[in-house]
Design a protein around this ligand. Structure first.
Ligand SMILES: [Zn+2]
Length: 173
């Protein structure tokens, strides 16, 4: 039996430090790794944020340049609407147009609709547990993505600039 050079307690065979000091070292090592990992995560998040801010600034500069040159700029957005849809008497969606109506008042115009559809696969089931495709029932419309457009015209007011910032924040990742 040797003696731990750090604390003077008994150290095990072939061990330099005693068990207590070894555990202490292990804990410190793990803590450091944890701290390093956190620091790396933070650094990566800051870099992503900085990159996104640069992309947003570039997009905004291009937009403002176009507007200054008298060129046209459109914002496009989508809203998902449930449709008044039933399958076998089970109601799938409840229709409401409030969101689109409010966006219309804010200058957004509907330019298209992309339906969301749902299909059902019919299977034959066999006694041995197997199944085989037997046909399909498809194309039931269960919702719709409404495509909206808004033209912005310069010079932008402070309010319009904040709206543009919000728009870019939502779509530039
Ligand atoms: Zn020790």
């Amino acid at each position: 039996m040797g003696t731990c050079p750090r604390c003077g307690n008994k150290a095990g065979f072939f061990q330099t430090l005693c068990e207590k000091c070894q555990r202490e070292d292990e804990r410190k090592r793990q803590e450091k790794t944890e701290d390093e990992r956190k620091a790396e995560d933070l650094k990566a998040a800051q870099e992503r944020e900085a990159k996104r801010n640069r992309s947003m600034d570039e997009a905004k500069t291009r937009i403002l340049e176009r507007l200054n040159n008298g060129e046209r700029v459109f914002l496009h957005d989508t809203v998902y609407l449930e449709v008044d849809s039933y399958i076998s008497e089970r109601q799938l969606g409840e229709f409401s147009f409030d969101t689109v109506r409010n966006m219309g008042l804010a200058g957004w115009d509907i330019v298209g609709i992309v339906p969301r559809t749902m299909g059902f696969e019919l299977l034959n089931r066999y006694d041995d547990g197997g199944t085989a495709f037997a046909g399909g029932l498809g194309g039931n419309i269960v919702g719709a993505h409404v495509l909206l457009k808004k033209e912005i015209k310069g010079p932008l007011t402070q309010q319009q600039i904040s709206e543009l910032d919000e728009f870019l924040f939502r779509y530039i990742t």
